[in-house]
Unconditional design. Structure first.
Lengths: 146, 146
DNA sequence: ATTACTGATTGAATTTTTCAATTATCTCAC
DNA sequence: GTGAGATAATTGAAAAATTCAATCAGTAAT
């Protein structure tokens, strides 16, 4: 067997490669707002969940990363005036995150960019194929203990 | 729409998340040999392509990364005695990479680990679903200009 | 033989992420 | 209500991976 055959059927490699390629794509989509992907996801989450309260720990869970990492991203976004930390009235250790007006505008751009990319992908491989592939990925990713 | 609905159909997010989760998985699979994923792929490539000559530039192309990055990885592998750089007799600027015995053993372990992971995934979502998802990913990743 | 180009390396810099330690707060059993 | 232990989040240092620009050596072509 040649390496190509091996790589093409290796889930780890295919996903790694796709993630790498899409990261480049993401930078060019989000680059105008100087956001990394995690920051973009945070903004989008706050936008969609509004007016529900979102806390840093939820974000860490949703995006499978550490609280430290989330904390850094939030600080960066807050420093740029895109969002605000507000102490949770029900638990003074926790924060509620809220988009500021400029952050809302940025979130809209982020969501638009992600939507556009999705449509491009649908055009390329077909909506059903794309959906099916994502479902498969999710069921693999959601149960990482196997 | 809530954020979950949005994320679940966003190719960028699903792939990002899957890649993150699998990276953790990869570390535990390859951690025993203290290899990062790129280094593991390099070893596997040299194993499969043997006795054909493999050059750093080919690896950079195959794995969608820079030559500098490949160079660092190769240096690390060479320092550990897993492979060897040999000057290309046909072009003294280029190198041919060759596994050393210890590197061959490691490559076998790497390939075994990737195979095992693939079978686990197949068991979880079904071989056909997995293959179909990977095909879709590949066609998205292979034509990044869209 | 000069010029332009190519393969690869190098080391610094950047970026992202993790990790351990810390702070502050909450909960609950007593 | 007090003290022990758990929890939310932050912090800053450290680690890991990658990029980038500069460089070196060799090739190719005119």
């Amino acid at each position: 067997m040649r390496i190509e055959a091996f790589l093409n059927q290796s889930p780890m490699f295919c996903i790694h490669l796709a993630a790498r390629r899409f990261e480049t794509l993401a930078s060019s989509l989000l680059g105008g707002d100087d956001l990394n992907f995690l920051q973009a996801l945070i903004l989008a989450t706050l936008f969609f969940e509004y007016p529900a309260a979102v806390k840093p720990s939820q974000l860490a869970d949703t995006f499978a990363t550490t609280r430290g990492n989330i904390s850094h991203c939030i600080s960066a976004l807050e420093a740029r005036g895109l969002l605000q930390r507000k102490v949770d009235p029900a638990d003074a250790r926790a924060y509620h995150l809220a988009l500021k007006p400029q952050g809302k505008k940025t979130a809209v751009r982020v969501i638009g960019a992600l939507d556009k990319l999705q449509r491009q992908f649908e055009d390329k491989v077909g909506k059903l194929h794309l959906q099916s592939a994502l479902r498969t990925l999710r069921s693999l990713a959601d149960a990482p203990e196997a």
